[in-house]
Design a protein around this ligand. Structure first.
Ligand code: DX5
Ligand code: ZN
Length: 222
C-alpha cells in the first residue's frame, strides 16, 4: 500500500491550518514535518511550538523528519508535542541504535534517513529495529530541488539488506524532488511512502493529491 506524506515546508505558513485541512480532506495519509537546525543543514525551519499548535487542526499522523545534529537530545520533546513517527539522520547520530531504541520506547515509529551520499549498507546492524528508511532523493535542507536519479537504486538495496539480515522490509520513504512526472518511476523502484512538498502545495492542492493517488492506483511495485 502506498502512502502520501505532504511536506509542509512548501505550505503557505500564513494559512497553514487551512492548508492542512485541505490536505486531510484530499486524502493524504500523514503530514511530513521538516525540522531543520541550521547546523546539520544550513537553514532553520520550525520546531516544537509549531508542531504543538498544528496538532490541534488535523487528526493525521505526524511524520517528523529531524534534520538536526544529535537529535537524541530532543526525542522526548517531539513525542510530547505530537510526533507519531520520528525520523533521525544516520549521519547526525553518534549513537544511532540508542536513538532508534528510545524513539520506539516512547511509543513512536522510528525512521532513519540517509543523505544521498550515505550507502544503505550503513543500516545493516539496525535494519531489524527500524520501522522506516527515509531515502533522501535530494540533499536535505531545501524544498523544490531536483530529484537525484541515482537514488532510484536505493529502495531495492534496502529490501535486499533486510532480507540478508533476516528481517521483514521496513517502509521505504523517499523525500525530495518528487513530482507527478517522476512519481511512477519512484514507485516502480520500490518506495511505498512518498514525501512531496512543492508538488503538493503549489497550485491546486486537491488536484495535486488526486494526481499522486491516481499514480498509486496504477503502478505496481518492483
Ligand atoms: C528537504 C526536505 C523535504 C522537502 C521536500 O530537505 O526534507 O521534505 O520539503 O520538498 P520537495 O518535494 O519540494 O522537494
Ligand atoms: Zn523531509
Amino acid at each position: 500500500m502506498y502512502q502520501l506524506s505532504p511536506s509542509i515546508l512548501s505550505a503557505d505558513f500564513a494559512i497553514l491550518g487551512e492548508q492542512l485541512k485541505k490536505v486531510e480532506e484530499a486524502g493524504a495519509d500523514m503530514i511530513h514535518i521538516d525540522v531543520m537546525d541550521g547546523q546539520f543543514v544550513p537553514r532553520i525551519s520550525y520546531g516544537m511550538p509549531v508542531i504543538e499548535s498544528i496538532r490541534k487542526v488535523t487528526a493525521l499522523p505526524f511524520d517528523v523528519h529531524l534534520m538536526v545534529a544529535e537529535p537524541f537530545r530532543f526525542i522526548e520533546d517531539f513525542r510530547e508535542c505530537g510526533a507519531d513517527m520520528l525520523t533521525v539522520h544516520a549521519e547526525a547520530c553518534t549513537h544511532l541504535h540508542s536513538a532508534i531504541t528510545k524513539i520506539k520506547r516512547l511509543g513512536m515509529r522510528a525512521g532513519v534517513a540517509l543523505n544521498p551520499a550515505t550507502p544503505v549498507e550503513f543500516l545493516r546492524h539496525v535494519i531489524g529495529e527500524v520501522d522506516m528508511v527515509l531515502i533522501m532523493t535530494v540533499n536535505p535542507g531545501f524544498g523544490g530541488q531536483k530529484f537525484i536519479n541515482e537514488m532510484l537504486k536505493k529502495p531495492k538495496r534496502v529490501m535486499e539488506l533486510a532480507g540478508e539480515e533476516g528481517y521483514p522490509c521496513p517502509d521505504i520513504q523517499v523525500d525530495g524532488g518528487i513530482t507527478l512526472s517522476n512519481i511512477r518511476e519512484v514507485l516502480a523502484a520500490g518506495a511505498n511512502n512518498i514525501v512531496a512538498g512543492t508538488s503538493v502545495f503549489s497550485g491546486d492542492i486537491r488536484a495535486n493529491i488526486a494526481g499522486f493517488q491516481e499514480a498509486f492506483s496504477q503502478v505496481s511495485p518492483a
